[in-house]
Design a protein around this ligand. Structure first.
Ligand code: FAD
Ligand code: DHB
Length: 390
């Protein structure tokens, strides 16, 4: 088979790009390793910036997001016995975020690909990228017993952190920056009324916690746990008890608990691979960079990659102008590093670090005190959380 763009990975990055290109008459095929049910069973992002939402609308996939997503103009930070408020709207100059789950957004994108007759291949195994430095790159994959080949102009690696695309770039070309944090987030999804209409980020001596939501009847909670913990170690009762210990008394008293409908541990990692291009291969989203989830930047960083790459491919196919493709990596990385900085800062601000000096704890307390006493510190938090422009 021959297409213009072969996209590896059916997460939000790959789906969004294939949908946008399709609407412009650019032919794509999308190869996803797992089934649609499997992809949709992963509970991940919940907070979207308006830049992402705008792209969803441009892709004609924003209708349900606009109907069911919640606009949030602020959130809380609980620390040292107080519950402080971050007024995003005020300090970002009238901006906000949208609470709409990645699962629903991915479902909307799959439905759109189906509606528009897009080529999406599930259970594509042993995906391999070939001749990336030539004018005739191609991708092979296995479907059952059959090995298939896709010839294309460009390959987009949107196959997440563990995918094959980044690994297809020779080691002497790729520079990787990585910071692994000594803890993870244990997340629980429950069909219960959220404890607070706005998110609450919690810094506590026992460790970080987060009260989030997907809707007014679906709550998402997280607690920081050691990397050695396994999901099986945590019964629902143990989870709720530990969450309550970390919440301010009043919030804990209001918490409605219930059976978990999903429970998983996500390790925390910062990672950037440079460059994001190798010959005819372009990396996008988690395939090229990861942030710890604290600042809700992961999916939102993928949005700017997709925006830049989409416009670069339009430049090539519609105007014969390759400047966008040539400058893609540099342009994308400039915004990526800002999201890295913010996510690192928020992670350092709110987590409990094993073996930390008393000096570091004092600095953390001072940083929080400063944040809630300085309008300029608030502004920098707000403008980063709602998403820097792209
Ligand atoms: P992925 O979602 O990882 O998709 C990649 C796809 O490629 C997958 O479907 C995978 O199956 C497929 N694949 C992998 N290998 C292959 C292969 N060899 N061949 C073919 N297909 C392959 N971000 C935010 O912006 N806001 C948040 O609030 C937020 N909260 C988060 C909370 C948690 C607990 C976690 C873990 C993450 C959170 N994120 C958040 C980050 C966000 O979920 C990711 O950044 C996002 O999933 C990246 O999308 P992607 O399409 O680039 O990669
Ligand atoms: C969620 C995840 C985050 O990482 C975050 O910062 C806020 C919300 C969530 O899953 O709801």
């Amino acid at each position: 088979m021959k297409v213009q763009v072969c996209i590896i990975g059916g997460g939000p990055s790959g789906l969004l790009l294939s949908q946008l290109l399709h609407l412009q008459g650019i032919e794509t095929i999308l190869l996803e390793k797992y089934s649609r049910e499997h992809v949709l069973s992963r509970i991940r992002a919940g907070v979207l910036e308006h830049g992402f939402a705008k792209l969803m609308r441009e892709a004609q996939c924003g209708e349900r997001m606009d109907r069911e997503g919640e606009i949030h103009k602020g959130f809380h930070i609980a620390h040292d016995g107080v519950l402080d408020h971050v007024d995003l709207y005020k300090y970002s100059g009238g901006n906000s975020v949208i609470v709409y789950g990645q699962t629903e957004l991915t479902r909307d994108l799959y439905e759109a690909r189906e509606r528009f007759g897009g080529k999406v291949v599930h259970n594509a195994e042993d995906v391999a990228l070939h001749e990336l430095k030539s004018d005739k790159p191609y991708v092979t994959y296995r479907l059952g017993d059959e090995t298939l080949r896709v010839d294309c102009d460009y390959v987009v690696g949107a196959d997440g952190f563990h995918g094959v695309s980044r690994k297809s770039i020779p080691k002497d070309v790729l520079r990787e920056y990585e910071k692994v944090y000594p803890f993870g987030w244990l997340g629980v999804l429950s069909r219960t009324k959220p404890v607070s209409p706005e998110l609450i980020y919690v810094k506590h001596d026992r460790g970080f916690a987060l009260c989030s939501l997907r809707s007014q009847v679906l709550s998402r909670y997280y607690i920081q746990v050691p990397l050695t913990d396994k999901v099986e170690d945590w019964s629902d009762d143990a989870f709720w008890a530990e969450l309550k210990r970390r919440l301010p008394e009043k919030v804990a008293a209001d918490l409605i608990t219930g059976p978990s409908i999903e429970k998983s541990i996500a390790p925390l990692r910062s990672f950037v691979a440079e460059p994001m291009q190798y010959g005819k291969l372009f990396l996008a989203g988690d395939a090229a960079h990861i942030v710890p989830p604290t600042g809700a930047r992961g999916l939102n960083s993928a949005a700017s990659d997709i925006y830049y790459l989409y416009h670069a491919l339009l430049g090539h196919y519609k105007k014969g102008d390759d400047a966008g493709l040539a400058g893609y990596s540099e342009r994308a990385l400039a915004r990526i590093w800002k999201a890295q900085r913010f996510s690192w800062w928020m992670t350092m601000l709110l987590h409990r670090f094993p073996d930390r000096l008393a000096y570091d704890d004092q600095l953390q307390r001072t940083e929080l005190g400063y944040l809630f006493s300085s309008e300029s510190a608030m502004r920098q938090l707000a403008e980063n959380y709602v998403g820097l422009p792209f």
